[in-house]
Design a protein around this ligand. Structure first.
Ligand code: GLU
Length: 293
Protein backbone atom coordinates (compact mmCIF):
# COMPACT_ATOMS: atom_id res chain seq x y z
CA UNK A 1 0.00 0.00 0.00
CA UNK A 2 1.16 3.46 -0.85
CA UNK A 3 1.06 5.47 2.37
CA UNK A 4 1.12 8.78 0.56
CA UNK A 5 -2.43 8.11 -0.67
CA UNK A 6 -3.66 6.06 2.29
CA UNK A 7 -4.74 8.96 4.45
CA UNK A 8 -7.10 10.10 1.70
CA UNK A 9 -9.37 7.09 2.07
CA UNK A 10 -12.88 8.20 3.05
CA UNK A 11 -15.66 5.63 3.42
CA UNK A 12 -19.26 5.91 4.48
CA UNK A 13 -22.18 3.89 5.76
CA UNK A 14 -25.40 5.42 4.51
CA UNK A 15 -28.49 3.72 5.97
CA UNK A 16 -32.08 4.82 5.40
CA UNK A 17 -33.92 5.18 8.72
CA UNK A 18 -37.11 3.46 7.62
CA UNK A 19 -36.63 0.33 9.71
CA UNK A 20 -34.25 -1.32 12.13
CA UNK A 21 -30.81 -2.38 10.94
CA UNK A 22 -30.13 -6.07 10.35
CA UNK A 23 -27.07 -8.27 9.93
CA UNK A 24 -26.67 -7.17 6.30
CA UNK A 25 -26.33 -3.56 7.41
CA UNK A 26 -23.77 -4.66 9.98
CA UNK A 27 -21.69 -6.19 7.18
CA UNK A 28 -21.92 -2.92 5.20
CA UNK A 29 -20.96 -0.84 8.21
CA UNK A 30 -18.05 -3.13 9.19
CA UNK A 31 -16.79 -3.17 5.59
CA UNK A 32 -16.71 0.61 5.34
CA UNK A 33 -15.32 1.11 8.84
CA UNK A 34 -12.53 -1.42 8.46
CA UNK A 35 -11.48 -0.23 5.02
CA UNK A 36 -11.03 3.25 6.50
CA UNK A 37 -9.18 1.87 9.52
CA UNK A 38 -6.81 -0.24 7.41
CA UNK A 39 -5.80 2.83 5.43
CA UNK A 40 -5.71 5.31 8.30
CA UNK A 41 -8.66 7.00 6.63
CA UNK A 42 -11.99 8.46 7.70
CA UNK A 43 -15.30 6.70 8.24
CA UNK A 44 -18.52 8.72 7.86
CA UNK A 45 -22.09 7.95 8.76
CA UNK A 46 -24.82 9.49 6.61
CA UNK A 47 -28.53 9.33 7.36
CA UNK A 48 -30.41 8.89 4.07
CA UNK A 49 -33.85 10.09 5.09
CA UNK A 50 -35.15 11.84 1.97
CA UNK A 51 -38.10 9.44 1.94
CA UNK A 52 -39.82 11.61 4.50
CA UNK A 53 -42.97 9.47 4.44
CA UNK A 54 -41.07 6.42 5.68
CA UNK A 55 -38.16 7.81 7.71
CA UNK A 56 -38.67 7.94 11.51
CA UNK A 57 -36.59 9.65 14.22
CA UNK A 58 -36.71 6.49 16.33
CA UNK A 59 -34.98 4.57 13.55
CA UNK A 60 -32.26 7.24 13.38
CA UNK A 61 -31.74 6.81 17.13
CA UNK A 62 -31.66 3.03 16.68
CA UNK A 63 -28.94 3.39 13.98
CA UNK A 64 -26.73 5.28 16.43
CA UNK A 65 -27.31 2.72 19.18
CA UNK A 66 -26.80 -0.31 16.95
CA UNK A 67 -23.58 1.05 15.43
CA UNK A 68 -22.22 1.88 18.88
CA UNK A 69 -23.06 -1.70 19.94
CA UNK A 70 -21.08 -2.94 16.93
CA UNK A 71 -18.13 -1.01 18.35
CA UNK A 72 -17.99 1.56 15.55
CA UNK A 73 -17.20 5.24 15.88
CA UNK A 74 -17.85 7.90 13.27
CA UNK A 75 -17.17 11.56 12.64
CA UNK A 76 -19.48 14.33 13.81
CA UNK A 77 -21.53 16.04 12.60
CA UNK A 78 -23.48 13.32 10.83
CA UNK A 79 -24.86 14.42 7.49
CA UNK A 80 -28.66 14.10 7.52
CA UNK A 81 -29.97 14.27 3.97
CA UNK A 82 -33.37 15.78 4.77
CA UNK A 83 -31.52 18.95 5.84
CA UNK A 84 -29.96 19.38 2.39
CA UNK A 85 -32.79 19.35 -0.13
CA UNK A 86 -31.66 22.70 -1.52
CA UNK A 87 -28.30 21.31 -2.56
CA UNK A 88 -29.88 18.29 -4.25
CA UNK A 89 -32.26 20.52 -6.15
CA UNK A 90 -29.38 22.79 -7.17
CA UNK A 91 -27.74 19.73 -8.77
CA UNK A 92 -31.03 18.92 -10.52
CA UNK A 93 -31.07 22.49 -11.86
CA UNK A 94 -27.72 21.86 -13.50
CA UNK A 95 -29.25 18.90 -15.31
CA UNK A 96 -32.29 21.02 -16.26
CA UNK A 97 -29.92 23.63 -17.69
CA UNK A 98 -28.40 20.89 -19.86
CA UNK A 99 -31.90 20.00 -21.13
CA UNK A 100 -31.71 16.54 -19.56
CA UNK A 101 -34.75 16.50 -17.25
CA UNK A 102 -38.44 16.72 -18.10
CA UNK A 103 -41.54 16.93 -15.91
CA UNK A 104 -43.76 13.89 -15.51
CA UNK A 105 -47.15 13.89 -13.79
CA UNK A 106 -47.96 10.22 -14.44
CA UNK A 107 -49.12 8.13 -11.50
CA UNK A 108 -47.73 4.71 -10.74
CA UNK A 109 -50.91 3.06 -12.05
CA UNK A 110 -50.85 5.08 -15.28
CA UNK A 111 -47.26 3.99 -15.82
CA UNK A 112 -48.08 0.36 -15.10
CA UNK A 113 -51.02 0.43 -17.47
CA UNK A 114 -48.92 1.84 -20.33
CA UNK A 115 -45.64 0.00 -19.71
CA UNK A 116 -44.37 -3.19 -21.28
CA UNK A 117 -44.53 -5.73 -18.41
CA UNK A 118 -41.55 -7.56 -19.89
CA UNK A 119 -39.35 -4.45 -19.84
CA UNK A 120 -38.27 -3.93 -16.23
CA UNK A 121 -35.52 -1.86 -14.61
CA UNK A 122 -32.98 -3.51 -12.26
CA UNK A 123 -35.32 -2.89 -9.30
CA UNK A 124 -38.11 -4.76 -11.06
CA UNK A 125 -40.16 -1.62 -11.83
CA UNK A 126 -41.53 -1.11 -15.35
CA UNK A 127 -39.34 0.98 -17.63
CA UNK A 128 -41.07 4.33 -17.99
CA UNK A 129 -43.09 4.26 -21.22
CA UNK A 130 -42.42 7.92 -22.05
CA UNK A 131 -45.93 9.20 -21.24
CA UNK A 132 -44.84 12.81 -20.59
CA UNK A 133 -41.64 12.79 -22.57
CA UNK A 134 -42.82 15.04 -25.38
CA UNK A 135 -45.80 16.56 -23.60
CA UNK A 136 -46.88 19.95 -24.99
CA UNK A 137 -46.02 22.95 -22.81
CA UNK A 138 -49.68 23.82 -22.27
CA UNK A 139 -50.46 20.34 -20.87
CA UNK A 140 -47.59 20.77 -18.40
CA UNK A 141 -48.66 24.31 -17.53
CA UNK A 142 -52.24 23.18 -16.88
CA UNK A 143 -51.09 20.64 -14.29
CA UNK A 144 -48.76 23.16 -12.68
CA UNK A 145 -51.51 25.75 -12.43
CA UNK A 146 -53.70 23.10 -10.79
CA UNK A 147 -51.01 22.92 -8.11
CA UNK A 148 -49.63 19.50 -9.05
CA UNK A 149 -45.99 18.72 -8.48
CA UNK A 150 -44.24 16.79 -11.26
CA UNK A 151 -41.46 14.29 -10.89
CA UNK A 152 -38.44 15.20 -13.02
CA UNK A 153 -37.18 12.37 -15.19
CA UNK A 154 -33.87 11.97 -16.93
CA UNK A 155 -34.06 11.93 -20.70
CA UNK A 156 -31.83 8.87 -20.87
CA UNK A 157 -31.15 9.06 -24.61
CA UNK A 158 -30.07 12.71 -24.31
CA UNK A 159 -28.04 11.95 -21.16
CA UNK A 160 -26.21 9.10 -22.91
CA UNK A 161 -25.26 11.30 -25.82
CA UNK A 162 -24.14 14.10 -23.48
CA UNK A 163 -21.94 11.59 -21.65
CA UNK A 164 -20.56 10.17 -24.90
CA UNK A 165 -19.56 13.69 -25.89
CA UNK A 166 -18.03 14.43 -22.49
CA UNK A 167 -16.03 11.20 -22.52
CA UNK A 168 -15.07 11.69 -26.19
CA UNK A 169 -16.70 8.36 -27.01
CA UNK A 170 -14.87 6.36 -24.32
CA UNK A 171 -17.15 3.94 -22.42
CA UNK A 172 -18.69 4.92 -19.10
CA UNK A 173 -17.02 2.67 -16.53
CA UNK A 174 -16.42 2.22 -12.83
CA UNK A 175 -13.77 0.41 -10.81
CA UNK A 176 -14.98 -2.43 -8.61
CA UNK A 177 -12.61 -3.67 -5.91
CA UNK A 178 -13.16 -7.11 -4.45
CA UNK A 179 -12.51 -8.11 -0.84
CA UNK A 180 -8.92 -9.07 -1.73
CA UNK A 181 -8.25 -5.60 -3.09
CA UNK A 182 -8.30 -6.73 -6.75
CA UNK A 183 -9.75 -4.09 -9.06
CA UNK A 184 -11.86 -4.68 -12.16
CA UNK A 185 -13.04 -2.03 -14.57
CA UNK A 186 -16.74 -2.54 -15.28
CA UNK A 187 -18.62 -0.95 -18.19
CA UNK A 188 -21.73 0.76 -16.82
CA UNK A 189 -25.13 0.29 -18.51
CA UNK A 190 -27.25 3.18 -17.23
CA UNK A 191 -29.71 2.73 -20.11
CA UNK A 192 -31.26 -0.21 -18.29
CA UNK A 193 -32.89 2.29 -15.90
CA UNK A 194 -34.75 4.07 -18.70
CA UNK A 195 -35.94 7.63 -18.03
CA UNK A 196 -35.35 7.37 -14.26
CA UNK A 197 -36.83 9.76 -11.71
CA UNK A 198 -34.14 12.22 -10.59
CA UNK A 199 -36.43 14.53 -8.61
CA UNK A 200 -39.42 12.90 -6.94
CA UNK A 201 -42.90 14.40 -6.78
CA UNK A 202 -42.89 14.46 -2.98
CA UNK A 203 -39.39 15.81 -2.31
CA UNK A 204 -36.90 17.83 -4.41
CA UNK A 205 -34.40 14.95 -4.70
CA UNK A 206 -34.13 11.22 -5.32
CA UNK A 207 -31.92 8.50 -3.87
CA UNK A 208 -29.54 8.54 -6.85
CA UNK A 209 -29.20 12.33 -6.95
CA UNK A 210 -28.66 12.72 -3.20
CA UNK A 211 -26.07 9.93 -3.10
CA UNK A 212 -23.89 11.37 -5.85
CA UNK A 213 -24.09 14.91 -4.47
CA UNK A 214 -23.20 13.75 -0.96
CA UNK A 215 -20.48 11.27 -1.90
CA UNK A 216 -18.79 14.11 -3.78
CA UNK A 217 -19.21 16.84 -1.20
CA UNK A 218 -18.07 14.53 1.61
CA UNK A 219 -15.02 13.49 -0.39
CA UNK A 220 -15.97 9.79 -0.29
CA UNK A 221 -13.25 7.87 -2.10
CA UNK A 222 -14.58 4.32 -1.60
CA UNK A 223 -18.26 3.43 -1.80
CA UNK A 224 -18.84 0.12 -0.04
CA UNK A 225 -22.37 -1.32 -0.01
CA UNK A 226 -24.30 -4.50 -0.74
CA UNK A 227 -24.56 -6.18 -4.13
CA UNK A 228 -28.22 -5.21 -4.23
CA UNK A 229 -27.01 -1.70 -5.16
CA UNK A 230 -24.61 -2.79 -7.91
CA UNK A 231 -26.97 -1.76 -10.73
CA UNK A 232 -27.54 1.63 -9.05
CA UNK A 233 -23.87 2.35 -9.72
CA UNK A 234 -24.52 2.52 -13.47
CA UNK A 235 -26.95 5.41 -13.07
CA UNK A 236 -24.85 7.10 -10.40
CA UNK A 237 -21.79 7.03 -12.66
CA UNK A 238 -23.84 8.68 -15.40
CA UNK A 239 -24.80 11.44 -12.94
CA UNK A 240 -21.16 11.89 -11.89
CA UNK A 241 -20.17 12.63 -15.46
CA UNK A 242 -23.13 14.93 -16.14
CA UNK A 243 -22.48 16.88 -12.93
CA UNK A 244 -18.66 16.83 -13.16
CA UNK A 245 -18.33 14.93 -9.88
CA UNK A 246 -15.32 12.78 -8.98
CA UNK A 247 -15.51 9.01 -9.38
CA UNK A 248 -15.16 6.89 -6.22
CA UNK A 249 -13.94 3.28 -6.18
CA UNK A 250 -16.73 0.76 -5.53
CA UNK A 251 -16.96 -2.47 -3.54
CA UNK A 252 -20.30 -4.26 -3.57
CA UNK A 253 -20.16 -6.92 -0.91
CA UNK A 254 -22.01 -10.22 -0.68
CA UNK A 255 -25.49 -10.18 0.83
CA UNK A 256 -26.35 -11.93 4.07
CA UNK A 257 -29.17 -14.37 3.44
CA UNK A 258 -31.02 -17.08 5.28
CA UNK A 259 -29.66 -20.58 4.72
CA UNK A 260 -32.41 -21.22 2.16
CA UNK A 261 -31.28 -18.19 0.14
CA UNK A 262 -34.06 -15.80 1.18
CA UNK A 263 -33.04 -12.14 1.55
CA UNK A 264 -33.16 -10.49 4.96
CA UNK A 265 -36.03 -8.09 5.36
CA UNK A 266 -36.03 -4.95 7.48
CA UNK A 267 -39.79 -4.98 7.82
CA UNK A 268 -39.98 -8.51 9.20
CA UNK A 269 -37.14 -7.82 11.62
CA UNK A 270 -34.88 -10.56 10.18
CA UNK A 271 -31.60 -10.82 12.12
CA UNK A 272 -32.25 -7.38 13.58
CA UNK A 273 -29.32 -5.91 15.47
CA UNK A 274 -31.53 -4.64 18.25
CA UNK A 275 -33.13 -8.03 18.90
CA UNK A 276 -29.75 -9.78 18.77
CA UNK A 277 -28.53 -7.33 21.38
CA UNK A 278 -31.64 -7.84 23.52
CA UNK A 279 -31.11 -11.58 23.32
CA UNK A 280 -27.69 -11.02 24.90
CA UNK A 281 -25.56 -11.57 21.77
CA UNK A 282 -22.22 -9.79 21.59
CA UNK A 283 -21.03 -7.83 18.55
CA UNK A 284 -18.18 -10.35 18.35
CA UNK A 285 -20.70 -13.21 17.93
CA UNK A 286 -22.32 -11.34 15.07
CA UNK A 287 -18.96 -10.70 13.41
CA UNK A 288 -18.24 -14.41 13.48
CA UNK A 289 -21.70 -15.32 12.23
CA UNK A 290 -21.41 -13.04 9.21
CA UNK A 291 -17.76 -13.83 8.58
CA UNK A 292 -16.14 -10.46 9.28
CA UNK A 293 -12.53 -10.36 10.35
N1 GLU B 1 -29.45 4.43 1.78
C1 GLU B 1 -29.25 3.26 1.00
C2 GLU B 1 -29.87 2.06 1.69
O1 GLU B 1 -30.07 2.10 2.90
C3 GLU B 1 -27.78 2.93 0.77
C4 GLU B 1 -27.15 3.92 -0.10
C5 GLU B 1 -25.74 3.62 -0.55
O2 GLU B 1 -24.98 2.95 0.18
O3 GLU B 1 -25.40 4.08 -1.62
O4 GLU B 1 -30.17 1.09 1.03
Amino acid sequence: MNTSTSSHVVTRFAPSPNGLLHAGHALSAFTAFELAQRHGGRFLLRIEDIDTARARPEFVEAIYQDLAWLGLTWEQPVLVQSQHFQEYFAAAERLIAQGLLYPCFATRSEIEAAADPANLDPDGAPIYPGLWKSAPADAIAARMVAGENPALRLDMAAALSAVRAKLSGAPLTFTERDEHGQSTVVVASPERWGDAVIVRKEVPASYHLAVVVDDARQGVTHVTRGQDLLAATDLQRLLHVLLDLPEPVYSHHRLIRWADGRKLSKSSGDMGLRSLRNEGAKAEDLRQAIGVG
